[in-house]
Ligand binder design. Structure first.
Ligand code: ATP
Ligand code: MG
Length: 1018
């Protein structure tokens, strides 16, 4: 039993302030309210202790979860008192607070009654509760260690506190009760005895043992509906619980399978023990758990958990960076975890895509932690959580005939009148335990069976009993039998979800009736407070209840529920947008659903690009299905397509494709040039990152022209970065110069004009013009670089990081800039910023930049690090399918490192392939320059048969690449390479000639890299 003790703080002072009479009034009110709460939870109010309250749970009625109930009561009494305190403050100007203490212990049954006489028998337990009360903070609840042990897992507790108590010599441990979790599901669920599954249980037990020893595992539990997955999971949870291992569970649900972050947020909320806590308490608790985490990371984490502080602004970073940082935080917390735990993801076949991929990232560290992760799903699920590397899978087969009969006999009992029935039911149930249970319930409801579970008798001829053909039909028949009000309640609940509150049902305006549903075990009550909550007894019941109702009724319920969500939680509209859209779509209100999908996408853009993509795709689908005469149809079809093409490059999958051509037609039809230009810009990068540079640059020119035709400077400036990038990649230097100039003119000195893709398009335009200028041998490139860097630095960190990459990534390998210490510092800075803020693509870019710079350094250690870095990035780009246009050069410089260590043959093969590829793609005039240069140097260095000839051919090929105008950058490289060729041939005169011209040109252009290289030539 658990004893609750509550007392008013400073009651004497209150009496002095307001008089004894008024104090009595206030106390009576406190008592009344508390008594009501105690009663609701089945506790017994034991003795009024003057100005306090004592209640007992677990006696005289045996309540298994007495400690949990007592905790709920304690919290609710505090909530009631807080409300009363507000009234008292207004009226009497005094502060009213209660302290509450709880303690649990053994008592001998029958010893406690509601009379004062017998309570002294448990004096010791009561005494401890009273002491807990005395050390509780005003408004707080303290638990003794014994109570804390009983509610561990269900309640959120503070860190253990050592308290000194009057009359006791030794200090003792107490725990502050912070809240009570969502996990405390149906405690009174009547379960049939477990039959079979011995092998499965012992397999999981073995894995649990290993996990407790620090070698965690991921276990998939797969099987058809009703076969016993959840049951197995419950058995494992109980086993874990009895060993003191904490269990954290998240349920996925069919109606939230499209709601991003749903499952992952639930699991994390459970794991961090913040379920049911108010915002500030929840945030404090998270900080207790990960004390050393970066404050910005914590803000991101709060946001993910849905406990964000509205006053704290989230860092403005890319969703990729957010994802990296959250993964790092969660995985660090998992790795730091010392006490063993079981994490459960139930019904993963309904998991939302974003949660799925986040969880997959979190799972990677499980083997190094003392945790077991159980994932249950039906066989149709083939997603990432079903394919976890190194995971064990337990496939649940149907129960054997004898097991099924044993299960049914357990349900029916052993009366001779029902003995013939077990085989009939077993036959039909075909090893599915849930089917067997439902048939028995069905027969009982029909009166074929009488009595109760485990002790049925039958007066009918059971051999004639008709048994429904399928599990769904059985459930359907049971639902049909409900009275209309109960049935309507069940239908409405099915629309809400697997867990629902009375309050929500009421807002749907259906006059809910739940008693019958609970009695029929269609739903179970899980919260017994003034705001009672229920869950469907089984997901299949919800499915049948959902599907068996009239479509029009269901649509109406969905619409009402969508309204209810908005009214219920007006602060979280953006967060709930996806859910609202879902319900409106089910309600058949396409227009409204479209709007919410678009809102959901906008909210997700900064959180997860896949989530945004999914919402835009849903919106597009709705728009496409609108009737042709709808006046908004064209605009609605254009908007999501524009965004989808615009972000195509960020999601690393082909989302543009045919969609772009559709969009082009739609935009052309209504003359929407701006949307088309935006979509094109996205597609340009997508093409480039998929190594289709020719298409990218063709489209880039078109997009620039379109944006110009719209005539809005902001648009042209905003789109300039991707377009200039594509032009540069294909070496169209005249165009790059012209358009970067145009961008600079249009931006008109405003660093943040058109900042919808990058923070400062103008800063990047300066860096790009520098690029064009040094390629074309024009003056002013150095000023452009300086200008671009300074402007970016004062705009925002990410702009700065981007410009640093724009400066050094080509600058160093092309020999324009040296890789001196200050350059290294800038690049390392940029990389750090990118790691914290950038998308994966920009991060790759920063790492490449650093890699290129490092391989040009003097020490072997640095070169080795650079080579390693390039090899890693190359691998990432290849696996994730991005930045592919830069891959050839990444490979060339990585190979160059290997060649310097002596492995020239293999390196030359790689370099040759890269240079050939760039030649074929018409890209000799950017990456092809340095690729050819490195290839030639390495060939000449090796000097094997045919190498000199091959080097010469490569040089000629470079010299022949067509350009409109002369290219200083190519000229200087040709001088260098020709000097090296002459040297290899032993032609001293030619060598001196080329070297001297090379030196002169390097000096006149001011190319630091080349100046250093020529100085190193003999
Ligand atoms: N081995 C078993 N012995 C006794 N009862 C069982 C056994 N396996 C399952 N049951 C009972 O059968 C019912 C259905 O099982 P459960 O809910 O675990 O199915 P499930 O596989 O999780 O289905 P779903 O895919 O729909 O979630 C439950 O009431 C459960 O207690
Ligand atoms: Mg289940």
């Amino acid at each position: 039993m658990t004893v609750l003790f509550a007392d008013v703080v400073h009651s004497m002072d209150i009496a002095a302030a307001v008089g004894a009479e008024r104090l009595r009034e206030i106390m009576a009110e406190v008592l009344d309210r508390s008594a009501a709460v105690v009663k609701r939870y089945g506790g017994t109010l034991d003795k009024f202790t003057g100005d306090g309250i004592m209640a007992v749970f677990g006696a005289p009625v045996a309540l298994e979860d007495h400690a949990v109930r007592a905790c709920m009561v304690a919290l609710e009494i505090q909530a009631e008192t807080a409300m009363l305190a507000a009234e008292v403050r207004n009226r009497d100007g005094i502060e009213l607070h209660l302290r509450v203490g709880l303690n649990s212990g053994q008592v001998i049954a029958g010893e406690i009654g509601s009379t004062t006489a017998s309570y002294t028998a448990v004096g010791e337990q009561v005494g401890m509760a009273q002491r807990m009360e005395s050390v509780a903070p005003p408004g707080g609840v303290m638990l003794s260690a014994s109570t804390a042990r009983l509610v561990d897992g269900a309640a959120a507790l503070g860190e253990p506190e050592t308290v000194r108590i009057k009359g006791a010599n030794e200090p003792i441990t107490a725990y502050r009760l912070l809240g009570i979790g969502d996990r405390h599901r149906a405690t009174a669920r009547a379960e049939s005895n477990l039959v079979g599954r011995r092998w499965e249980m012992s397999a999981v037990e073995g894995l649990l043992d290993r996990a407790v020893d620090g070698h965690g595992a991921v276990v998939g539990v797969v099987g058809h509906p009703g076969i016993g997955k959840s049951r197995l999971v419950r058995e494992v949870s109980a086993m874990a619980g009895s060993r003191g291992v904490q269990v954290f569970t998240a349920f996925c649900e069919s109606h939230t399978s499209q709601v991003p972050f749903h499952a992952v947020a639930r699991l994390l909320r459970a794991a961090f023990g913040v379920e049911g806590l108010d915002g500030q308490t929840a945030r404090d608790r998270v900080r207790d758990r990960v004390p050393d985490a970066d404050p910005e990371d914590l803000a991101l984490f709060d946001d993910l958990l849905g406990i964000g502080d509205p006053d704290v602004e989230l860092p403005k970073i890319d969703p990729d960076a957010r994802r990296r940082r959250l993964t790092a935080l969660v995985n660090a917390a998992s790795l730091a975890r010392e006490s063993p735990a079981v994490f459960v993801v139930e019904d993963a076949h309904w998991i939302d895509e974003v949660s799925e991929s986040m969880l997959a990232d979190f799972l990677t560290v499980i083997p190094q932690t003392p945790s077991l992760m159980l994932v249950s799903y039906r066989p149709e699920y083939e997603g990432a959580l079903a394919r976890v590397h190194g995971a064990q899978t337990i496939a649940l087969a149907p129960l054997s005939d004898s097991e099924t009969v044993a299960l049914i006999t357990g349900l029916l009992g052993s009366d001779s009148s029902v003995s013939g029935l077990a085989d009939t039911i077993a036959d039909r149930a075909a090893g599915n335990p849930f089917f067997a249970e439902e048939i028995v319930r069905d027969l009982a409801e029909r009166g074929v069976l009488q009595g109760q579970t485990g002790a049925y008798v039958s007066t009918a001829d059971v051999s004639q009993a008709k048994v429904p053909a399928t599990l769904q039909a059985t459930i359907g028949a049971r639902i049909d039998r409900l009275d209309p009000k109960a049935k309507r309640t069940l239908s409405a609940a099915a629309v809400i979800g697997s867990r629902f509150s009375l309050e929500l049902l009421e807002t749907l305006g259906i006059g809910p009736v739940l008693e019958d549903l609970v009695a029929a075990q269609l739903v179970d009550q899980v919260r017994f407070t003034r705001a009672p909550e229920f869950v469907f007894h089984h997901p299949l019941i919800r499915t049948v209840a959902y599907e068996s109702q009239l479509k029009s009724d269901r649509a109406e319920l969905h619409r009402r529920f969508a309204d209810a969500i908005q009214e219920h939680d007006p602060e979280s509209l953006e967060e709930n947008a996806a859910l609202i859209a879902e319900h409106l779509e089910a309600a058949g209100d396409g227009h409204a659903a479209y709007g919410w999908h678009m809102r959901a996408a906008t909210w997700a853009t900064n959180r997860d690009i896949t989530a945004a993509r999914l919402s835009w795709e849903r919106a597009q689908k709705i728009a496409d299905a609108l009737p042709a005469e709808d006046p908004d149809r064209a605009a609605m079809r254009i908007a999501p397509r524009t965004m989808l093409c615009g972000i195509a490059w960020r999601v690393h999958v082909n989302v543009a494709g045919d969609r772009f051509e559709e969009l082009r037609q739609l935009c052309t039809a209504v003359g929407d040039k701006a949307s088309l230009a935006i979509a094109m810009a996205g597609l340009v990068i997508d093409h480039a990152y998929q190594d289709r540079v020719r298409e990218a640059s063709r489209l880039a020119s078109e997009a620039f022209a379109l944006a110009e035709a719209v005539g809005e400077a902001t648009l042209t400036v905003g789109l300039s970065m991707p377009l200039l990038y594509a032009m540069a990649e294909s070496g169209e230097w005249d165009d790059v110069l012209r358009w970067s100039q145009r961008t600079i003119d249009l931006a008109d000195g405003d660093p943040s004009k058109g900042n919808f893709i990058v923070g400062s398009p103008l800063a990047i335009a300066f860096a790009t013009r520098a690029f064009a200028r040094h390629f074309l041998g024009r003056r002013g490139w150095r000023d452009d670089l300086r200008h671009g860097l300074a402007m970016a630095r004062s705009t925002d960190p990410m702009s700065y990081a981007t410009v640093v990459c724009y400066v050094y990534w080509p600058g160093i390998p092309l020999g324009v800039l040296g890789s001196d210490d200050s350059a290294m510092r800038e690049i390392e800075d940029a990389l750090r910023i990118a790691e914290r803020s950038a998308d994966d693509l920009a991060l790759a870019f920063a790492r490449v930049t650093l890699g290129f710079a490092l391989v040009h350094r003097d020490t072997t250690a640095e070169r080795g690090r650079g080579q390693q870095l390039l090899a890693e990035v190359g691998q990432v780009c290849l696996c994730q399918g991005h930045n592919l246009c830069d891959l050839p050069n990444i490979e060339v410089y990585s190979a160059r490192g290997r060649a310097m260590q002596g492995d020239r043959d293999d390196a030359i093969t790689v370099m040759r392939a890269a240079a050939d590829h760039l030649f074929r793609e018409g890209r000799l005039l950017l990456h092809g320059l340095s690729a050819t240069g490195v290839l030639v140097e390495t060939l000449l260095d090796r000097g094997a048969e045919g190498d000199v000839a091959e080097a010469e051919a490569a040089i000629t090929r470079l010299a022949d690449a067509p350009t409109d105008n002369g290219l200083a950058m190519r000229d200087i490289w040709l001088l260098r390479l020709r000097a090296l060729l002459a040297q290899a041939r032993g032609d001293a005169a030619a060598y001196t000639h080329f070297r001297d011209r090379y030196r002169a040109m390097a000096k006149s252009l001011g190319f630091e890299g080349h100046i250093a290289w020529v100085e190193a030539m003999p």
